[in-house]
Design a protein around this ligand. Structure first.
Ligand SMILES: Nc1ncnc2c1ncn2[C@@H]1O[C@H](COP(=O)(O)OP(=O)(O)OP(=O)(O)O)[C@@H](O)[C@H]1O
Length: 577
């Protein structure tokens, strides 16, 4: 049972054990709440004889005190077992999820959009939290305690017990039947919600483009429709749920009626005493109460199945794993007949072989969509290649732990990611234990010092979400400073100086020349002028290496590279007129 609970509700071993304790706590609490019924039964038996013996008064007083004490103890045990441990467990679940996301291959994130993942981490976690603290323990506890009470009732009088119990299987069958219908309704609800969240997120991310293209109104129209769909579907879902739960609860209430009816007949026939009749009426009014709530809980537990599946999909996804200790000899990167596709059937690289040597600069060039970025991603194991091998210093990248492998790389992308933190901490990301002096030295090399000194709080200036308070060129210089700070033996650059002005470009180019000395450098180049001095050019076209060699070699071959150089020369002559 522990294993099943762990898997189904994304619980740790400790959390699953706490849930079983919560079942016991709710059961005990429900049973303790039946004690006043026992006392009332005793009292009624004396009152029917028109006297309460004096020596029994103490029994009732002690009975009431003990009952009150037991209620307090069992309620606090239930509280501790359900709420406290659940919230501790929720923290564990969110951490496990975050840790898992850290280890998943990027291909997983390609399949899932951000709104979907955020929803799983925030909303699904919160739902499972409520389920673990309320719905599931109350449902299971009510089920066990009611079964025990029902067994007791059958010993007392089987005919009256039958009159009280027949409604239970019918009520639960109705809610159980709702599983298929509600499963589909809930799946649709999630889909509508995700489409809506996605729309809101996309709208916020693209607000600048929407406004500049006068698209804000039509986008809002589309978004309004998505919000209306969520609203409409939520009403349908609530209505369907209420229809099942309310009918089941009404059936349950019929139990009181049948106990009264069967009891009256048996009483008139003299087959039961008034006291037995009274006892059954007392028990059924109390016994159905947790079941009424349980029916609602059962419907809710059924409805979160989809959320649990979504969570399980993340938690059971294969991680990118590998050896912790790199055993590379040097830092040559070798692609040997590498093939790769992001999606099945859409081959992006079909047969790529080349070597990027340590101490040399290798430039990847070629037409847009040829596979340059993909090659650089595979080299750093952001994705795993499907066929062929990629080695770094003779070590297959697929056999090494991704984080260990990435410690060998400094990466400068075109789209720089910055965090809402100080500029100092944003550069320190390159090397988390770097001193302030080291950070400042790296920033100087990347020509960042001037603009940082002009910021309101200098090095302690918060740079806004994703560095929104910095210009494109400044962002790129921060990213280059990170690479200087990390000073890793392999450098991957995606046209690192593309958004720099002429002044900055020449200063940084000088620094980059220092940075890349004796390293393995793989650059994705778009401007042919910058690759003129590299050691090797690899031309990628349609997922294969179309040409490779030194710039001089390739120029003399009159192939794609030569053609691209000529085109760029022509485009440099272009002017606005
Ligand atoms: N995450 C992804 N999921 C699916 N397909 C992708 C993904 N990234 C890239 N592709 C596809 O892979 C192919 C190669 O893309 P890649 O970005 O490697 O080319 P590139 O040569 O770097 O292009 P560019 O010069 O325009 O940046 C393209 O057809 C692209 O649409």
């Amino acid at each position: 049972m522990i294993e099943k609970l762990k898997h189904k509700y994304a619980l740790s071993e400790k959390g699953a054990n706490a849930m079983v304790r919560a079942f016991a706590a709710v059961t005990i609490s429900n049973l303790v709440l039946m004690l006043p019924v026992g006392l009332l039964y005793q009292l009624a038996s004396y009152l029917l004889e028109n006297r309460v013996p004096k020596d029994k008064l103490a029994f009732f007083i002690i009975g009431i005190i003990v009952t009150l004490l037991l209620i307090v103890i069992s309620t606090s045990f239930q509280y501790n077992s359900t709420f406290y441990s659940t919230y501790v467990e929720s923290g564990v679940r969110r951490r496990t999820l975050a840790e898992k996301l850290r280890k998943l291959p990027l291909s997983f994130f390609g399949k899932k959009d951000l709104a979907d993942l955020t929803n799983t981490i925030m909303s699904d976690c919160a739902l499972i939290e409520t389920a673990s603290s309320h719905w599931i323990p109350e449902l299971v506890g009510a089920f066990i305690s009611t079964t025990l009470i029902v067994v007791g009732l059958f010993f007392f009088d089987w005919r009256m017990a039958l009159a009280a119990v027949w409604v239970m299987p019918v009520a639960f069958a109705i809610v159980g039947y709702s599983k298929t219908v509600m499963g589909k309704v809930h799946e649709k609800t999630i889909t509508y919600k995700l489409v809506c969240l996605d729309g809101i997120q996309e709208g916020l991310e693209t607000i600048r483009d929407l406004r500049s293209n006068n698209m804000a109104d039509s986008y809002m129209e589309g978004l309004n429709k998505k919000i209306k769909d969520v609203e409409h579907h939520a009403i349908v879902s609530e209505f369907a749920n209420a229809a099942f739960v309310c009918s089941a609860q009404m059936i349950l209430k019929l139990g009181i009626g049948t106990v009264a009816l069967v009891g009256s007949i048996l009483l008139v026939d003299g087959k039961i005493s008034v006291l037995t009749f009274f006892a059954f009426l007392l028990v059924v009014t109390r016994m159905y109460e947790p079941l009424q709530i349980s029916l609602q809980n059962l419907a809710a537990v059924i409805s979160i199945n989809k959320n649990c599946e979504r969570m399980d999909e993340i938690l059971s996804h294969d991680e990118q794993t590998g050896r912790e200790n790199p055993d590379n000899k040097g830092y040559d990167i070798v692609f040997d007949h590498v093939a790769f596709s992001y999606k099945a059937g859409e081959q992006v690289l079909s047969d790529v072989s080349f070597t990027a040597k340590q101490g040399e600069v290798t430039a990847l060039i070629g037409p847009s969509g040829g596979g340059k970025t993909t090659v650089s991603r595979l080299a750093a194991r952001f994705w795993d290649n499907d066929a062929g091998t990629i080695t770094v210093g003779g070590m297959n990248v697929l056999e090494i732990d991704p984080e260990q492998l990435l410690s060998l790389y400094s990466i400068v992308f075109q789209d720089v990611t910055l965090f809402n933190n100080t500029i100092m901490e944003n550069i320190r990301i390159g090397k988390k234990d770097a001193t302030d002096e080291e950070v400042m030295a790296a920033a100087k090399l990347a020509n960042c010092t001037d603009f940082i000194e002009k910021l309101p709080d200098k090095w302690d200036t918060m740079i806004g979400e994703n560095g929104s308070e910095l210009s494109g060129g400044e962002r790129q210089r921060v990213s280059i400073a990170r690479a200087f700070l990390k000073d890793a033996p392999i450098i991957l650059m995606d046209e690192a100086t593309a958004s720099l002005d002429v002044d900055n470009e020449s200063v940084i180019q000088e620094s980059i020349s220092k940075l890349i000395r004796n390293k393995t450098v793989l650059i994705i180049a778009h401007r042919m002028r910058t690759v003129d001095g590299v050691d090797k050019i690899v031309v990628l076209k349609d997922g294969v290496v179309a040409e490779q060699g030194t710039p001089a070699d390739l120029k003399s071959r009159n192939g794609i590279y030569k053609h691209m150089v000529d085109l760029q020369l022509q485009s440099e002559q272009w002017k606005y007129n």
